[in-house]
Design a protein around this ligand. Structure first.
Ligand SMILES: [Zn+2]
Ligand SMILES: [Zn+2]
Length: 306
């Protein structure tokens, strides 16, 4: 049960010498997800030693260029590498048309299968699920249709309390499966019963990560991301440029801090910094006036939760 988040790019608008637009690589319970894919993502994946083959699911928040202009290049490279594994892309309606048109006109059809999962809901919906992990959308408030993503480990099985089980010889190995799934033990003749809570211990704590970019201050998302271990929230501006947030539909560092506080999260990561600012420490300082556990995103920085 763990989360490892590698920040690839974390600045807004355009790529610059030492600043790349949004992209992140998330490892959660042995699953691997790429979140957004701004220009330069391939370079950053190589620089931070992420194996391309691990990427099977890509989540795109919205169709502003700083969040997906690296995607066609990455798909093209997968093709050159003779990739065989399926690739699933989750993003706003229209993403299939944009990608397929480029592949078609450049006669660069992939040999691997590409699956598009186009999103248009305005409510939070479950978009990915397997035995261990689920991913939900977080509807955001931006100039175009945008979703954040909530990545959650599923609650695991209860652990067998062997010290107690050994004292009850009538419990056999074939009963363990039911016990792990929370069922009480009932003897084969149906005459005796032992409560599950006496025979098992709670499942391990699960981890969760919420990615929220780009968005204006939207307090209603706090019900979706309540108590997450790790929250990435955009902070494009400081208070000095708060007047720009209304038109651009972005947030300030203090607004990101307010969301973290209202959602009662454990840690907040700020990112999507405007290139107007040289001293990024000011983002941390301003957010800390409302929420204490604040970190700044930085290319190559790794955040882990266990
Ligand atoms: Zn952006
Ligand atoms: Zn945007």
């Amino acid at each position: 049960m763990s989360i490892k988040l590698t920040i690839l790019g974390c600045h807004s608008a355009t790529p610059r010498k030492d600043a790349f637009p949004t992209a992140q690589f998330l490892e959660i319970n042995d699953r691997h997800f790429l979140i957004d894919c701004g220009e330069g993502t391939q370079t950053l994946l190589r620089r931070h030693k992420v194996q391309f083959a691990k990427i099977r699911h890509i989540f795109i928040s919205h169709l502003h260029g700083d969040h997906f202009y690296g995607l066609i290049g990455l798909i093209s490279t997968f093709g050159i590498h003779n990739r065989e594994n399926d690739l699933h892309i989750y993003g706003p309606k229209g993403i299939k048309e944009i990608i397929v048109l480029q592949l078609k006109l450049s006669k660069s059809w992939t040999k691997f299968s590409l699956f598009f999962h186009e999103l248009k809901n305005n409510e939070s919906v479950l978009i990915y699920e397997d035995k261990k992990v689920e991913v939900h959308t977080i509807p955001l408030d931006h100039r175009i249709y945008t979703n954040g993503f909530l990545f959650k480990e599923k609650i695991g099985q209860r652990k067998l309390n062997m010290d107690i089980i050994k004292l009850n010889p009538e419990i056999e190995i074939c009963d363990y499966h039911n016990l792990k799934n929370g069922k009480d033990f009932i003897s084969s003749d149906g005459k005796s019963m032992i409560k599950n809570s006496k025979l098992t211990l709670p499942a391990k704590k699960t981890c969760s990560y919420a990615f929220c970019s780009d968005t204006a201050y939207k307090p209603s998302i706090t019900s979706i991301i309540q108590n997450v271990d790790l929250l990435y929230h955009e902070a494009t501006f400081l208070e000095d440029k708060k007047s720009l947030t209304e038109k651009t539909k972005h947030s300030t560092a203090i607004e990101a801090g307010k969301i973290a506080k209202q959602a009662d999260v454990s840690q907040l990561i700020l990112g999507h910094f405007s290139c107007r600012y040289e001293n990024l420490e000011l983002f941390k300082e301003e957010a800390r006036t409302v929420f204490n556990n604040v970190h700044l995103a930085k290319s190559g920085k790794v955040f882990e939760v266990k």
